[in-house]
Design a protein around this ligand. Structure first.
Ligand SMILES: Cc1cc2nc3c(=O)[nH]c(=O)nc-3n(C[C@H](O)[C@H](O)[C@H](O)COP(=O)(O)O)c2cc1C
Length: 200
């Protein structure tokens, strides 16, 4: 499937085949695509909690106000981010480049994020948003469907997955084989309303 086709055919699916299991290899492949998503300073601040166990998916469905695509999916990915990744041995984000530019990048990164909690959170959401789209398009190319989700109790899900204090949850993406197609598109705004040439 080419990129245009994945973009066109990706839809938010609400009914999945409960008996469909993803293999470990498929899950790894999907996550290997996810980590090719771009992040500012190559900070790779996303952390992915993957859930395949039925009991846990059922619990997550309950915490998603009963949304059944969660319990029916083959895989739930909870996209989290480490807000302090800029301060955790950041040299490893640039391991392949010479020491001098690596030191300069790390210094610039620390200077950029240190003490700026709003920016740290913005970066978490930007990185996870990018990764979520990569996951959804890659899954589509692998023959799977997805639904991005924010409709769940963030506090309770945080507790359930033992989210560390310096991490946040951005969103979930559920993955599976659709049993029903998505309803027709809600309607896209015209480009004339949302695109501005050079300035508003
Ligand atoms: C951040 C985000 C959160 C969403 N949360 C939910 C959700 O909790 N439940 C749901 O059924 N759909 C959810 N959606 C799906 C949107 O309703 C859907 O993307 C939108 O209606 C456009 O439809 P499409 O994805 O099929 O093109 C979410 C989408 C995004 C991007």
């Amino acid at each position: 499937m080419d990129t245009f086709e994945s973009i066109n055919s990706r839809r938010s699916i609400k009914s999945f085949d409960k008996n469909q299991k993803m293999t470990k290899n498929e899950i790894t492949k999907l996550l290997e695509f996810a980590i090719l998503s771009p992040t500012s300073y190559n900070i790779q601040n996303w952390r992915f909690v993957i859930v395949t166990e039925q009991v846990l998916k059922d619990k997550l469905s309950e915490l998603s106000y009963g949304q059944k695509q969660v319990s029916e999916s083959s895989l739930v990915i909870i996209l989290c981010a480490d807000l302090k990744s800029w301060d955790k041995n950041p040299e490893r984000y640039w391991i392949n480049i010479p020491e001098e530019p690596r030191k300069a990048l790390v210094a610039s990164m620390k200077n950029s994020y240190d003490g700026k909690s709003e920016l740290q959170r913005d970066e978490a959401m930007r990185s996870c948003g990018m990764a979520a789209q990569t996951i959804m398009l890659a899954a589509k190319s692998m023959g799977y469907d997805t639904c991005p989700m924010k409709g769940f109790d963030y506090d309770k899900v945080s507790k359930l997955i033992h989210l560390p204090d310096d991490h946040v949850i951005s969103m979930m993406v559920v993955v599976g084989k659709a049993t029903k197609p998505a309803s027709s598109r809600g309607g896209q705004l015209p480009l004339s309303e949302i695109v501005f040439e050079n300035h508003f």
